[in-house]
Design a protein around this ligand. Structure first.
Ligand SMILES: NC(=O)c1ccc[n+]([C@@H]2O[C@H](COP(=O)([O-])OP(=O)(O)OC[C@H]3O[C@@H](n4cnc5c(N)ncnc54)[C@H](OP(=O)(O)O)[C@@H]3O)[C@@H](O)[C@H]2O)c1
Length: 327
């Protein structure tokens, strides 16, 4: 079968299309024919070696998929050959998904409704599982809360806007002015502010008519933790899912955080693999009935995985980057 592997950690050039043996499902696993995989920043961190797969190298890249169950391992009854499925949280403790076939633990597979395409399923998997688990499971987002969604036009951010809207929150997103901000508004954000503003705190205050923020969805914690804390409601929750550098608290902010009874919480999809399928089952239903939508910025063939990984890290991407294994 075709797969994109790397034999050493490094930049995109280590991603190598190869012909490799098709894996066999072990007890508790299914062999899935991968129809589409999406490309996530975590794939680049694993490729670079910041997070190393315990099984060592060579390693197949990719952490989510949509496809069809081809075969099951001994004792598996939860899925059967022919089932349409989607999944995330793969590709670190299990083989990756940039391949025509992969094996996955069955408890990570969720049913993909007929009405949802493989591309949409793959694009939605990591994005919506992250958004839902961060905002609902970890963030305790409630009806009427004010939610601040950073990176609202990106992969996880555009899903988070929709999860927060569906939960009945007042939603403020951050995105670049222009197309990204317009896109976040179309998804239901009540207001969008430019994350490059020199007064992000003031812009968020203006966008909420002075109301403080109950839950912050935070994929870039190093960039705006201070602004988040300054606008946080009493009992507010900041759920950190990513950062690009050290997270520091300036000046009087620790006191502001203490006065607000603030919660700084963290969340990782890769570290909570068993939680994802129940979430994705509900996401699948909402994609099928039109409550949720997933935006695909660009689609690449399997052999173009290196280009696709470069694309996901480039500024201005709206929504998700997808690999179609049939191309
Ligand atoms: N903890 C977890 O389980 C988990 C799961 C999934 C993702 N993540 C992390 O979440 C982050 C985002 O992932 P993604 O898939 O959404 O990536 P993505 O599709 O590349 O989106 C990132 C978005 O953030 C925006 N952005 C860049 N700098 C920003 C800033 N300073 N403030 C606010 N927004 C900013 C980008 O806008 P422009 O392109 O317009 O600049 C882009 O829309 C990554 O670090 C990823 O590793 C964590």
């Amino acid at each position: 079968m075709r797969a994109v592997r790397y034999h050493e950690h490094g930049d995109e050039s280590v991603l190598t299309p190869e012909t490799v043996d098709r894996p066999d499902p072990a007890p508790g696993e299914a062999l899935v024919k991968v129809e589409a995989a999406s490309v996530n920043p975590i794939d680049t961190y694993v490729r670079e070696g910041h997070v190393a797969p315990p099984s060592g190298l060579p390693h197949v890249g990719g952490s989510d998929l949509a496809g069809v169950v081809e075969a099951v391992g001994d004792g598996v009854t939860a899925v059967a050959p022919g089932d349409r499925v989607f999944a995330t949280g793969l590709g670190l403790f299990s083989p990756g998904t940039y391949a025509e076939y992969t094996v996955a633990p069955v408890e990570q597979l969720a049913p993909l409704p007929e009405a949802v395409s493989f591309r949409d399923g793959a694009a939605a998997a990591m994005a919506f599982a992250t958004a839902w688990r961060a905002l609902v499971t970890r963030g305790d987002l409630r009806l009427g809360d004010v939610a601040l969604i950073h990176g609202a036009s990106g992969g996880v951010g555009h899903a988070a806007v929709q999860v927060a809207v569906a939960a009945g929150a007042t939603v403020v997103g951050t995105a670049r002015d222009g197309d990204p901000a317009a896109f976040a508004r179309e998804l239901g954000a009540d207001a969008v502010v430019d994350y490059r503003s020199e007064d992000l705190e003031g812009d968020v205050a203006a966008a909420t008519d002075g109301r403080a923020v109950d839950v912050v969805f935070e994929p870039q914690a190093d960039a705006h933790l201070s602004a988040n804390l300054a606008r946080l409601a009493r009992g507010g929750r900041i759920v950190v899912i990513g950062e690009n550098g050290p997270i520091t608290l300036d000046g009087g902010l620790p006191m502001a955080a203490k006065k607000a009874d603030a919660d700084l919480r963290f969340m990782s999809v890769m570290a909570s693999p068993g939680d994802q399928a129940p979430i994705l089952e509900r996401v699948g239903e909402r994609l099928a009935d039109g409550t949720f939508t997933v935006a695909i910025d660009s689609v690449f063939g399997l052999e173009a995985a290196a280009e696709a990984q470069a694309e996901v890290l480039s500024p201005g991407t709206i929504g998700k980057v997808v690999l179609d294994t049939s191309r």
